[in-house]
Design a protein around this ligand. Structure first.
Ligand code: ADP
Length: 298
């Protein structure tokens, strides 16, 4: 099973070209859509989730055992039958308990043939996202991480083949983020999961394939490990004073600068060994991200 996106474009009425001939092949497993704010991630996710129209291009789901071939942009009802979606803003969190709210959503989605079956599905899902202990508490009292786990539970109602999660880790603390990663990794084993994020670590830890997008265009796609490997021998690092970092006119593109014990540790891109005491650095996904962004802006 895979999702094939071809030349998908969308321009908003104000003239912003949010998607500019996006073409991607998204296989089964965890797929990371990485890009800065405003890159077009939500537009792409909402289009795949049939909540928004594109201007041109196609999205085809191929090889689903349940449904065969589906033209996602045309056959919206069929897509909705096998889609789970966790939007960036899940909206209001009612005082209703998790178990009641999920039961209600299950009924809306037509899950289960009767009340007893629905109750079983709901209990199983709340167990799976580790909310059983607090299932009778109001969802409005939940922490950010618990809300996101509840969000996954509702997205998993009806056993989706395609799960779309939009910026799910924004605002989570490290412990909650880890719990959320574990949950998603387990879910993503058998279905297509598309995760959008501006956090490089999300993709690094979770995703077997990814794309980097910016200003509506795909800048890179493939496996995160291959992308890192493509930068081997081209990333250099050095610690310097803040003044030096600000004053110098850099001959090489700066990938990132982070404070290490109060001093900027700078990483640059250069195909040859640069002058001036730089050490070769192990490339990481963050270097890939920033090198693609900076070359597309220059
Ligand atoms: P991301 O999810 O990567 O932050 P979005 O898809 O939300 O990106 O937005 C891509 C671009 O389209 C941004 O420049 C944004 O301001 C613009 N945009 C998004 N939604 C709308 C809309 N409904 N009307 C007009 N412009 C929009």
């Amino acid at each position: 099973m895979k999702l094939v996106i071809e030349k998908l474009s969308k321009t908003y009425p104000g003239g912003v070209r949010a998607l500019d001939e996006v073409s991607l092949e998204i296989p089964r497993g965890m797929f990371g859509l990485l890009g800065p704010n405003g890159a077009g991630k939500s537009t792409l996710m909402r289009t795949i989730a049939t909540l928004q129209e594109a201007d041109s291009g196609s999205v085809i789901l191929e090889g689903s055992q349940v449904a065969g071939r589906i033209d996602v942009l045309q056959e919206k009802e069929r897509v909705r039958g096998l889609l789970g979606y966790l939007p960036q803003e899940f909206g209001v969190y009612p005082r209703t308990s998790a178990v009641r709210l999920l039961t209600h959503l299950a009924a809306l989605k037509g899950v289960g043939r009767n009340g007893r079956e629905r109750a079983e599905v709901v209990d199983r899902l709340l167990e799976r996202v580790n909310l059983s202990d607090v299932k009778h508490k109001g969802v409005s009292t939940y922490s950010g991480g618990m809300r996101q786990r509840f969000g996954i539970a509702q997205a998993l109602l009806g056993d989706p083949q395609l799960l779309i999660v939009d910026e799910p880790t924004a605002g989570l603390d490290p412990g909650e983020r880890n719990r959320f990663y574990n949950l998603l990794a387990e879910v993503g084993e058998n279905i297509i999961v598309i995760l959008s994020t501006h956090i490089v670590q999300d993709v690094k830890e979770l995703c077997t394939s990814m794309a980097i997008i910016d200003r509506g265009r795909v800048l890179a796609s493939g496996s995160p490990l291959d992308a890192e490997e493509s930068l081997r021998g081209k990333v250099w690092t050095r610690t310097m004073s803040k003044q030096e970092l600000q004053q110098r006119d850099w001959a090489y593109p700066i990938l990132s600068s982070k404070l290490v014990a109060g001093l900027p540790s700078v990483r640059i891109y250069s195909e040859e060994e640069p002058q001036g005491g730089w050490r070769s650095a192990e490339p990481d996904l963050e270097d890939v991200f920033f090198s693609r962004l900076s070359s597309s802006h220059s």
